[in-house]
Design a protein around this ligand. Sequence first.
Ligand SMILES: Nc1ncnc2c1ncn2[C@@H]1O[C@H](COP(=O)(O)OP(=O)(O)OP(=O)(O)O)[C@@H](O)[C@H]1O
Ligand SMILES: [Mg+2]
Length: 244
Amino acid sequence: MGRSEERHAARGTPAVELIAVRKYFDAGAIKALDGLDLSVARGESVAVSGPSGCGKSTMLHLIAALDTPTSGMIRVGGQDISLEHDLARYRRAHIGLVFQLHHLLAQLSARQNVEISMFGTGQSSRKRRERARSLLADVGLSGSGERSPTRLSGGERQRVAIARALANSPELLLADEPTGSLDEASVDLILELFKRLRAERPELTIILVTHDARVAASADRIVALRYGRVEDDDLGRHSERPAS
Ligand SMILES: Nc1ncnc2c1ncn2[C@@H]1O[C@H](COP(=O)(O)OP(=O)(O)OP(=O)(O)O)[C@@H](O)[C@H]1O
Ligand SMILES: [Mg+2]
């Protein structure tokens, strides 16, 4: 049995379940998601691929409760997220999100960009600052905390965005092309970072959108979307390998 299958077989509450999720825009003219079913086990890492416009970012935004589905249900940690009253609290408590274009604020330093996600957690500003510094050190940017993201390379910005997503120790990390437009060496750094993170926090669930075959291969499982649905899912691929 592969790692993903084992996690599913352990039958704990899935980390994330999408059940017949639809997301239509423009009065149904655009079907970004059109009956998406997906269950992700706790501690699993899933790479999501598929052509531009197939609904990958939309799926992550719905899981992060940045938008609501047209129909269908999304459960995170067994809870129907449409029943959450306080979505900001929900996101802080459960979700780390790395946006497709990292969305760092240019007016703030790298450290302040990381600190922002800790606002509302009740931590003192000194605590937030210390934590931001240590997160930046974790992603290999200890010397760059006081610089503006405009003065960082693409790979460095992505790492700041990952540090920000990890600030509140999420149980679910959603990353939208965290290695998009990066060179090989920067991709290696980010893959290394994810690997270390997973070793340190085996309960962390990761859903990662990527077009990079190498990044996808680093995940336990690869899911391909097309026209807003799951077209292909290699859950159990490891068990299909002939014994050597
Ligand atoms: N806010 C919106 N209003 C209208 N249409 C939208 C909106 N957001 C997304 N769409 C449309 O929904 C579809 C899915 O978009 P989405 O961003 O999820 O694709 P994607 O798979 O992430 O693509 P890419 O690989 O280019 O990032 C596209 O046709 C897109 O134009
Ligand atoms: Mg996208």
